[in-house]
Design a protein. Structure first.
Length: 359
C-alpha cells in the first residue's frame, strides 16, 4: 500500500492498471475495486475514473456480478499507423501503394471499426532512409494510443522502441524480408524473365531497374548476380542499366533511358523492366520509335494485378496481387495484436506469369 498521505490521482491508478493489463491474458480477472483501493490507497471515485478510462479504451470488460476482466486486444480503441514516404502516393508514383493503403485501411476497419487508421508520412521530400527522423510514432502524445504499425519502409531502431512499448510492427515490402511482414519476391524477374526471353529466342537482353545511391545496394547486387548467372545458364547476353534517383523514379526516366539506348545503337532484342512506372515510359518510347512488338522487341515487366499499363502493347509480366499482399499483412498484424506474438519471419509473396498482356 502507498505510504504517502496524499492519495494518487486517477491518472496514476490508470497507468498502474494499464501496465498490468499489458502482461495479462484475455479474460483474466482484475482485482476488485475494493482490492485496488486497498492496495493503491485510492478513493472509490478515483478508482472508478481510472476504470472508466480503461473501459472506454477497450482494455477491460465489466461483467455484472462477475467482476472486471482483461478485454480482447482487438476490441480496444486506439490507432493503427500506416507508415509511408509521402512521395509514394503522388500521382507520378506507381498506383500500387495507393491501392495497398486502401485495402489495408478497409481490412483494419473490418477487424475493429473503433480503430483510427492514420497515415504517417513524415516529410514528403525525405528519402526512405531518413524517414524515421520525421515520424512521430514515439511521441508521448502518439505512442500510448498506438495498437500496431504497418510500414512500407524499414523502421530500424524505431521498431525496437515500438516493440518495447508493446506495439507490433508488420512490413509490406519488396526484395528480401527485413522483418515480420509480407514481401514481394521481385527476384522472380530474374528467375522467370531471363528464362522466358531466352525461350522466345532473345540473345541480347537489357535489365532496366531503379537505383538509389543513398540506399544499401545489397538487393541490387544480389539481383544482378542472379540475373547474370541465369543469363549464362540460358546462353544469352545480359546487361544491367540502372536509373539513378534520389526520392522516386518516374515514367520519364524509363522513357529517356530507353531512348538513349536505342539512339546510340544499343538495340537489344529483349528488355526487362523492374517497375510498372518505368515500363510506362519504355512503352511510350517504343510507340514513338514505331517498333513492332514482339517482332522488333520482346518486353517483360514486374507489375501488379489491377494496374493497367499505358500504350497498349503485348507485354508479358510477372504480376503480384496487391489485394493478397495487403490482406496477408493485415492478418499478420491481427495475429500479433491478439496473441502478443513475437516477431516472426517474413513471408514472401510469389508473382504469377502473364504472357503478352497489358492489363
Amino acid at each position: 500500500m502507498l505510504t504517502t498521505h496524499q492519495r494518487p490521482k486517477a491518472g496514476k491508478i490508470y497507468a498502474v492498471l494499464r501496465s498490468r493489463i499489458g502482461s495479462m491474458s484475455v479474460g483474466v480477472p482484475l482485482p476488485s475495486m475494493a482490492e485496488v483501493r486497498s492496495e493503491l490507497g485510492a478513493g472509490q471515485a478515483t478508482v472508478e475514473r481510472a476504470l472508466a478510462l480503461l473501459e472506454a479504451q477497450g482494455l477491460i470488460e465489466r461483467k455484472p456480478r462477475k467482476g472486471i476482466f482483461v478485454a480482447d486486444p482487438l476490441k480496444r480503441t486506439g490507432e493503427i499507423a500506416i507508415v509511408m514516404n509521402g512521395l509514394l502516393i503522388e500521382p507520378s508514383a506507381s498506383p500500387v501503394y495507393g491501392l495497398a493503403c486502401s485495402r489495408v485501411r478497409g481490412g483494419l476497419q473490418d477487424i475493429n471499426p473503433r480503430w483510427k487508421v492514420k497515415l504517417h508520412l513524415g516529410s514528403e521530400d525525405v528519402p526512405g532512409r531518413h524517414l524515421t527522423e520525421n515520424l512521430d510514432l514515439l511521441d508521448p502524445a502518439v505512442l500510448p494510443r498506438l495498437r500496431g504499425v504497418l510500414s512500407f519502409h524499414p523502421l530500424l531502431q524505431m521498431e525496437t522502441d515500438l516493440s518495447a512499448a508493446g506495439v507490433p510492427v508488420v512490413y509490406l515490402g519488396a526484395g528480401h524480408a527485413w522483418g515480420c511482414g509480407v514481401f514481394l519476391d521481385d527476384s522472380a524477374m530474374v528467375r522467370e524473365g531471363v528464362r522466358r526471353l531466352a525461350e522466345a529466342g532473345c540473345r541480347d537482353v537489357r535489365l532496366l531497374l531503379p537505383s538509389n545511391p543513398g540506399m544499401p545496394n545489397h538487393d541490387a547486387n544480389e539481383r544482378n548476380r542472379r540475373a547474370n548467372e541465369e543469363a549464362a545458364r540460358c546462353g544469352i547476353g545480359l546487361r544491367v542499366e540502372t536509373i539513378t534517383f534520389d526520392h522516386i523514379w518516374t515514367e520519364r526516366q524509363g522513357y529517356e533511358l530507353f531512348m538513349r539506348l536505342w539512339r546510340q545503337g544499343d538495340r537489344p532484342d529483349g528488355v526487362m523492366v523492374q517497375d510498372d512506372v518505368l515500363c510506362g515510359g519504355v512503352l511510350r518510347a517504343i510507340l514513338e520509335l514505331r517498333l513492332e512488338m514482339p517482332r522488333d522487341l520482346k518486353l517483360v515487366t514486374h507489375a501488379n494485378r489491377g494496374i493497367e499499363l499505358p500504350h497498349s502493347r503485348p507485354v508479358s509480366r510477372l504480376e503480384f496481387d496487391v489485394a493478397v499482399w495487403a490482406d496477408r499483412a493485415v492478418r499478420m498484424l491481427e495475429t500479433r495484436i491478439r496473441q502478443r506474438s513475437p516477431e516472426t519471419p517474413g513471408e514472401m509473396l510469389q508473382p504469377i506469369w502473364v504472357q503478352g498482356e497489358t492489363t
